[in-house]
Design a binder for this molecule. Sequence first.
Ligand code: ZN
Length: 1146
Amino acid sequence: MKRSRLLAVLVGGIFCVAVMSLYRMLELMQGAELQQRLDTPIGQDEDLSRLQQKIDKLELLLSDNNRLVATLRDTLIQRKASWETGRGANGSSGSTRQLPGCRLAEEMKDGTDGVQLLDVYDLLPFDNPDGGAWKQGFKIRYQGNEWDEQPLEVFLVPHSHNDPGWLKTFDRYYEDQTKHILDNMLIKLSEDSRRKMIWAEISYFSKWWNDIDEQKRETVKSLVGAGQLEMVTGGWVMADEANSHYFALLDQLMEGHQWMQRHLGVKPSTGWAVDPFGHSPSMAYLLKGAGLSHMVIQRVHYAVKKHFAQQRTLEFLWRQSWDSSPRSDITCHMMPFYSYDVPHTCGPNPAVCCQFDFHRLPGGRVFCPWTIPPQPITEQNVQERALLLLDQYRQKSRLFRSPVLMVPLGDDFRFVEASEWDAQFTNYQKLFDYFDQHPELHVKARFGTLSDYFSALSRRVAAAGSTLPTVRGDFFTYADRDDHYWSGYFTSRPFYKRLDRTLEATLRATEILFSLTLAEMRRLHGDGRLAADFPAREHFGRLTAGRRSLALFQHHDAVTGTARDPVVVDYGNRLFESILNLHAVLQSSAHWLLLLDKSQYHHDQSKPFMQMVDVMSSQDALPQKTPLTLSDQPRSVMVFNPTEQLQTSVVSILVDSPDARVVAAETGQPVVAQISAVWAGPSRAATDSFQLDFVAELPPLALVVYHVTRSSVGSAPRARYTFRRRGNLPNVQVEHFQVSRPDAAEADAPLSLSNKHVQIWSSPETGFLQKLRLQSGLVRRLQVQFLWYGTRTGASRDKSGAYLFLPGEEGAQVYSPPEPPLVRVSRGPVFSDITSCFRHFTHTVRLYHLDGHAGRSLEISNTVDIRSEVNRELAMRLVSDVANGNRFYSDLNGFQMQQRRTLAKLPLQANFYPMSTAAFLQDSASRLTLLAAQSQAVAALRPCELELVLDRRLQQDDNRGLGQGVTDNKLTASLFQLLLEDRRGGAKEVGGASVEHLSLLAHLTSLSLCHPPITMVALSNSQLPKLRPFLPLRSSLPCDVHLLNLRTLEDAQEADNPSQEVALLLHRKGFDCSSAPEPQLKCTWSVHEEVSLDGLFSPLRFGSLRRSGLTLLRDHDEPESARQQTSPRITRLRPMEISAFRAEID
Ligand SMILES: [Zn+2]
């Protein structure tokens, strides 16, 4: 601490001295100028201009000086960081709490006020008693005089829930329903200014906008301007909040908001998420960061809803678990009842509320299942009808603290026909008029938007001098009735959940490389021009389409795996085509960047300069590597590192020769490589292709070239193989490689692999991991098991489907193969692995022999095929001796970690949670982290265990409207990194709902797992122009700062063109302080929230830099004046927070 104060004083001192001396200089010079002017009375104008010049020069000096001070400060910070890690590594094991940045991390752990959802879960009995008319609730009582002082104020909010794909594809829904809804909206809202409507999905709205003429567009704008039509959330879709990654969540929000700004000139202020199957605080964070101040959620566990209703906390300030300030607070309204349809929104009794859904008037296609139909409102029945409805309104109002009431009016794809608009709006208007004519009822009701409702609410809350309660935590796992927990969709259609993340990684890499390419072109030309032949506009179109495909897939029936089969194929094609299109952008950007002589750049879409190594052949196929033909001429392999960290990565390509040599093109130095077999069958190696893996040192965001040549025999070490199978040994066909057979003694001994950080032991029978030992001496049991889950039996029982997980009473059954597996062990200088080949899956555990962080974890990969099964789910379980009790942690959207408690009072399926990137178990001595490259369900059903569901095949519908099972399974891959960390000495036992973060090492491992290097090869061996590496950054970013995106913005004047501006999105991650990475990591991190962006991104220079909201809306930009008051180059990055800047790269 003393040292840090000393440093602060030192830095401050340097700054003060520098500034003071400059001012002194200025003073002296001004004095001299004045003296001169007095001495020589001639040429006053000339003098003034000279003075001006001098002042300009001084200003320049001053700004240079500022930069110098900033750089100095950063250097000091970084030196201090490395000094302290050095001490941590060398000193006692208790030194870890001195990790720089831990002060910030610790500050984020004291959020204890308000309601914590984990405590609510501990408290609730989950007994599901019959509540009467409100089945999952209770009887609501009121006197009748509650509104005498403050009348009941009702806002009826018309809405139409439009799924961008579910039972029909996006385009089919648009043609059949959505376009008619929006067409009629224009007519029907224009007829009466009292009518209102809200709209959420910009994917549909923008499609419709393209179809309508200018006059209609003007009408839309005037309806929006008049407050009759409100765009809510403004996302491309109403996103899933369980499986989606925060990159994609923000991307779809940005795409929608940017569209709104350009075409409607408005920004949303309220969120509307009535159908996603559970709710995440990550979404609340993004909405708040995008400038929204209110939000509505609906699908919350019925027992939690009931509790919140009893406590009258259905309206609350949703705060991030890690936030000790109210900065992240957003006002959230939780809908109290079962559904967002009309029967469940007017009040607690659906039989009554259904009578006020005038779309269900007798004679129509829809009716009320509670048998009493609606009646058209007439003079004869208006009094009776109005009082019946008012009773429901009043009951519902008793669940809230203010006398303002929101009543949504709508359902899925509602308001299609003009007659439906008329039925709803005219009948309700009659009821409202009746209320107006009867002041003794103390009710004012009208059509409203969400903003209308929330501004009335804010007024009432302010007038009452009260504030809303604070709530922390998340709303998973959702149950809508009985023991029907929606944990199946955390895994459904895992092939596409993985494809989603492949597109996400491809999109991010392409965004960054494209932005850097444009910047580099402008820098080179000096006048803002781009390279003449570079198809910037076409590429920007491809990027936009890629953004929108990823955005569309975040819809709550897309990434969730809950759409009909043909709709899934439609999504798959969109993802697949986007990946291909983004590859085209990557290739030509890389081409231009790598050319030494840029004049040699020529773009020909039909003859690309290079191609991708990993290629998908169709939307439902796993990527394959393109084999390379080698010769004596060097073949160029280009590798792009999309991460902001220096990476030691293993690059993998296929070649036609078992003898190859790889050199770094720039230096001609050979790199470490390994030749492995390509497996045509479990024990049969291909004879015409070979896998070449080499170790690449990749600077941050760099494009590096390697040369591969065919060479003399034995130039690259070949992997050595051992095969085992209990009973009869397989027929092994492996040419070119050394194969050894274990002798009798070896055959029963555990298999073991090791590198300098880790040693593992595996079962000789199954190849499954059994034990792990770290270099520090820490040993942990670590058994891998595979399991089957079945579903409930009996004709009348509800069974698992796309949404629901309803396992049989027997629980998980250990996977017992019909025949013993083939176990294949490979050993080589780059990596060694153990592969177990079973009928339903292939499981590989691999150790890389690398010095960097990649050597500290185990890579686990599975290829699963359960197409032969009926009503089964395959799970992978890790059994350890990490004593976690009933607590574990899983991530929310890759953005934050959330504590989970496994509760015996809940059924098995309720204890499964979503996991997008990470989960861990920990005790005071160790932490076991599993990092994932795709989303799936996770649970820790018993102490020391962690399990994941890999795939599910279910023959039946689960009665949530989909009307089919999930039987379109494919050969599906999943990829993980398993990390054991030693916490001895550093860890504190923490109780309560503690906030925990991944360690820095885990963050780095996750980054390399989710954003692997992208490898391309030159198309031919023929004469290549001279290439040179592209190295945009001098050094890695601090390891807690993640470059989330560098996204080129659309030109404000010229539509569909890239502008000079980029969205620079930085996420400063929170990290665990109880384990210091040993040996220390290569990157450093900062103790301070303030960082110099110029320093971080050097030698890149930002010509302008303005902090903005997370979706880069112009009116969220910080004003220019505020920017200049603080030093423009020093900015604040708060731990856990995402910061967005609008920037121009010079
Ligand atoms: Zn929906």
